[in-house]
Ligand binder design. Structure first.
Ligand SMILES: Nc1ncnc2c1ncn2[C@@H]1O[C@H](COP(=O)(O)OS(=O)(=O)O)[C@@H](OP(=O)(O)O)[C@H]1O
Length: 613
């Protein structure tokens, strides 16, 4: 059947046959609107690379007139509509004589549009490793905009080829802020290009990154008949197909087009005018274009769960690799992580691992020392991938025989950590240490006392662990820190939602105390490190410390500091009884889980279950 776009009556439903679309409409109908998306649809159309195209592919005077006329028509259908033009000034007046007149007309009509500045030479951000060169590029473009009175007022910009936006290139964010005060950008690369429906937004360093949608217009398809799949495919996309559905499923639609799509046979004008007309015929959507700042606010108030970024490994995506600094490498990520929980002997394991010639931990950071807290703290996670990766350094270049690791003991019970680790390093091996939960809880209480935590100083251990709803907040908070990480099965299950059991090693915390050389044997086998090191030569029991310590030189023994292996009074009996009861069902759950995983139960768990029979 023939497509007729002069009016709604002529549009036949043969293209509008997508099952997904019909399901969405049915759900909306059956739920009396409760299960439907809101009717507001926001549209932002970027026309990038104004002035950049090669001679012969640029806009002439007639094209600029057509653009202005189309903008006017679209304004009657999309409230507040304006095209958003991105420019690189270096190429102004570099077309054919006719196109140069087109450039001049664009400048003369500059106030009719929104504008955003690229780099002066259209260079890609990730190729510049310092802020200064990027700043210089942007300043030249800014001077150009001032000279020609181009209104650059929206605090929005995009980067050539998405370079530097995602994967994040910190110098771009810094230069953008400094030169243009940019606070909004968009990309189609986050998390990945495909599937398009899973694109998300995020906020990094105060810059709101919005997802861009696909409209099928690229710099290489300037003519309708060269549209991939031909004109029929384009019309199908408009009339119920991909482009129509993009509007259907997304409240905020940002499209990237290029100046060349508006010259030649003005493919972009045809595409947008047609899809908007189709939307008006077949939906009740209310269409708006709002300034990018307002658009970003609408986006993140609708999708507030997207504010925090998710860092994925750029080396797992060819497109990310292509727009990532060539100076960066994915080797500086850990191959294994000791995830905790706290007070189970994680510092001992961390220290002993660092004695291995082929194993290296992260560098120590001010304030947080050896624990990076990258995956568990929003503060450190939001510092970005560059920050995390710069925590792993070689002694000499190309030291690829080294295995990097980190240990942060609060990853274990942190809600976000498993997802974040899996997103960035899905192949990483995980090591967890399980100590008798009663002992772990008491150790944390003693740790809190040593750090002068007011609740621990004002309340006995029994009072803390039995704190109820009506107890003071600080008392309940300390109770949670004592008890929650010890609910091992629950936390392990969460890690196992993201990682196969083969990537998880569960160590016995009692064994870490009593026979660390044996534990180090198990660990070396699990991470497959070379060479094998016999820790019986490196560790020795110290009768004064009452723990194993490092043998550094022939007879020089170094034990962990006074904060590890503290001396404190034995636990009150009442507290012990209470905790045994409290943890009983959690220990049963752990035992079942370990059986399912075919992992041996730690001795303390076997004893506890025996006692409870
Ligand atoms: N070799 C050696 N030396 C000293 N301490 C050892 C050792 N092996 C295991 N442990 C036990 O480790 C407990 C501290 O655990 P963590 O290092 O995981 O604590 S922390 O979460 O990093 O604060 C610590 O807890 P406390 O005894 O309560 O101090 C020790 O029991």
């Amino acid at each position: 059947m023939k497509r007729v776009l002069s009016g709604c009556q002529g549009i036949l439903l043969n293209y509008f046959d997508s099952t997904r679309t019909l399901i969405a409409i049915s759900l909306s109908y059956l739920s009396h609107g409760k299960l439907s998306l809101p009717l507001e649809r926001y549209v932002l159309i970027d026309i990038d690379d104004v002035f950049v195209g090669a001679p012969g592919k640029r806009m002439k005077i007639s094209d600029v007139h057509a653009l202005l006329a189309a903008q006017k028509r679209l304004q009657s259908q999309i409230k507040g509509f304006r095209f958003n033009l991105g420019f690189s000034g270096k190429y102004y007046q570099k077309g054919t004589p006719e196109e140069n007149l087109g450039d001049q007309l664009l400048i003369a009509e500059a106030n009719q549009f929104w504008w955003f500045g690229h780099t002066w030479t259209h260079t890609q951000a990730h190729l510049h490793d310092n802020v200064t060169t990027l700043e210089e590029e942007m300043i030249l473009n800014k001077e150009f905009s001032q000279k020609y009175k181009i209104p650059v007022t929206t605090n929005y910009a995009v980067a050539p080829h998405h370079s530097g936006v995602y994967p994040v290139h910190e110098p771009l964010y810094e230069a953008w802020r400094k030169v243009w005060n940019i606070s909004i950008t968009s990309t189609e690369e986050y998390l990945h290009l495909r599937p398009a429906r899973r694109r998300r937004g995020f906020i990094h360093r105060g810059i709101k990154v919005l997802p861009r949608q696909i409209c099928g217009l690229y710099t290489h398809n300037l003519f309708m008949d060269r549209y991939p799949g031909g004109r029929k495919k384009l019309d199908t996309s408009i009339q119920g197909g991909e482009l129509f559905q993009t509007f259907l499923y997304n409240k905020v639609n940002i499209f990237m087009t290029h100046m060349c799509n508006y010259g030649s046979d003005r493919l972009a004008l045809y595409t947008f005018e047609s899809v908007i007309k189709f939307l008006q015929c077949w939906t009740h959507f209310r269409l708006f274009t709002v300034p990018p700042k307002q658009l970003a606010d609408i986006y993140f108030s609708t999708y507030s769960d997207e504010i925090d970024p998710i860092w994925v490994n750029p080396c797992h995506d060819k497109r990310h690799m292509a727009i990532w600094s060539p100076k960066k490498t994915c080797h500086t990520l850990p191959q294994f992580i000791v995830v905790g929980p706290q007070k189970t002997g994680t510092t001992a394991i961390y220290t002993f691992l660092n004695m291995h010639p082929s194993i290296r931990s992260n560098v120590k950071r001010p304030l947080i020392f050896e624990e990076l807290h990258f995956f568990s703290s929003d503060h450190y996670y939001n510092k970005g991938l560059d920050w995390y990766m710069s925590s792993f350094t070689y002694n000499r270049p190309n030291q690829t025989d080294i295995m990097f690791f980190e240990k942060t003991a609060d990853y274990f019970d942190n809600y976000m950590a498993p997802m974040r680790v899996a997103a960035l390093i899905p192949d990483v091996k995980l090591i967890t240490i399980l100590l008798d939960p009663v002992k772990r809880a008491y150790s944390w209480y003693q740790h809190a006392r040593a750090h002068k935590n007011p609740a621990s100083l004002n309340f006995t251990f029994y009072e803390i662990i039995t704190a109820g709803e009506g107890s003071p907040k600080i008392q309940r908070e300390l109770r949670n820190r004592c008890l929650n990480p010890s609910i091992y099965a629950q936390h392990l299950e969460r890690w196992l939602d993201y990682f196969p059991p083969s990537q998880l090693l569960i160590l016995d915390g009692q064994e870490v105390k009593e026979d660390p050389p044996l534990v180090m044997d198990k660990l070396q086998k699990f991470i497959e490190v070379h060479p094998y090191v016999d820790y019986r030569r490196l560790l020795r029991y110290d009768s004064k410390k009452k723990f194993y310590c490092q043998v550094l030189q022939s007879d020089f023994i170094k034990c962990l500091g006074p904060g590890k292996g503290r001396i404190y009074p034995p636990m009150e009996e009442a507290a012990q009884k209470y905790l045994k009861m409290f943890f009983r069902r959690h220990n049963v759950a752990l035992s079942k889980l370990l059986m399912k995983l075919n992992q041996p139960a730690p001795t303390w768990l076997k004893e506890d279950l025996r006692e409870s029979i």
